[in-house]
Design a protein around this ligand. Sequence first.
Ligand code: SF4
Ligand code: SF4
Length: 479
Amino acid sequence: MEAKQSMNKTLSRHNILKQIHRQEDWIVVNLLHRQADIISPELASKIRDGSILSEPESDDYRELSEKGYIIDPERETSLYRLAYADFIRERDAGEVQVFYVPGYACNFACDYCYQDGYIHDSHQAQDDVIDAFFTHLDTHLAGKPWYLTVFGGEPLLPGGGQRKIISRLIEGANARNVEIALVTNGYYLSEYIDLLSTAKIREIQVTLDGVGDVHDRRRPLKAGRMNGGEYRNFEKVVRGIDDALAAGLEINLRSVLDRDNLPRLHELADFALKRGWTANPRFKTQLGRNYELHYCQDQQNRLYGRLEMYEDLFEQIQRYPQILEFHTPAYSISRFLFENGELPAPLFDSCPGTKTEWAYDYTGQIYSCTATVGKDGEQLGRFYPHTDLDHDRIADWEDRDVLSISACRDCSLQLACGGGCGSVAYNREGNLHAPDCRPVDGLISMGVALYQDADIHERTEEKRKDPKENLHFNEVQLQ
Ligand code: SF4
Ligand code: SF4
């Protein structure tokens, strides 16, 4: 019987096989069957060349078979369909993140800002627009859980007009019992804490790219950079973070990294540790990769490729282990695996645009997400002064996943990668259904090397992460 079954069995299409970074052993991961194992180089070799299939009586074959690394292809196809149906069902029931951009103006002139070429209208009264925004969502997202993220430009600018806009957004959200997140450069955060304390704040995302001048030179005050005057803001942003934490607000500290500042990330980790931030349960962090999205940058050679950044981060963590106290990088599914003792569910789509994410702006236009919002030609409709949706384009976005991208169909990485970012794919190939490949196997190889002996389970148990958390924001330069 076993011999007959083995005739039909073959290696799973979803085995991810990679040598562990700087070790002899290998890791085999299978997201469809939710299995991960460290294996010998000899067994890895037999899986790679398929010769394990000619040893159906061996213990290795039996174990690989029990765990789904070797499987009947028909059975695998039916399991794949079931997993896809589960994924769609869970996503449809999941929470939607709605961005609102009250203006694209900003008081900073970050040298990597992807909105640098956008038209910066001055902020204006927008009560009607905000009311129409909420009314539209009452219908568009009826019955769905959602939360609002206020985005920019910079949403927390000084002046009564801007406070009125933020107040109106808070009123609309409070009336619907909806939480608010904010993405801010933090410069006027202290001045807004009284107002923000009237909202249900989910988190405030503030960006610090380093300590002192490392941060200030990358993210200078616009007036200083343009007039040769004061450009520094690090101290004031830090005070804003302190004040927000003291007021009981959640801070999500983001650092946008490239070759210029990653070598000094350990200084920021030391700073956050000494300041008591990392011990505060309301403080969390994320790292983003500085990369070209829409506008060319002056200094292309400072940008990292996806794998390179994590290689350098790996090196930095070896030299400065305190970085892990500040931030535990995902390394694809590695952090999740070691924190939770199991793999996340298969990821058929890593691009939330129009599925669990929408972006609206003060001009009344609707976009898929933060990568496209405000970009001419990327509109998917409008909600003000009347509602008008481009259903064909929206359907095209909604359809994008690893099944719609032909290159992904036979890719063994697909259930960890999810097809990447639609906007990046479109910008590169003019086709939304093009792949945006993630070096998932390389990331897993480093993550396993990093975490297999580190006790991150204990340390991070109370801060367990959503497996999709870093798949998105990592790829967009917010603030
Ligand atoms: S993955 Fe890219 S296109 Fe998709 S929602 Fe995120 S930024 Fe937008
Ligand atoms: S985007 Fe590239 S790496 Fe990701 S699943 Fe598709 S083909 Fe594979």
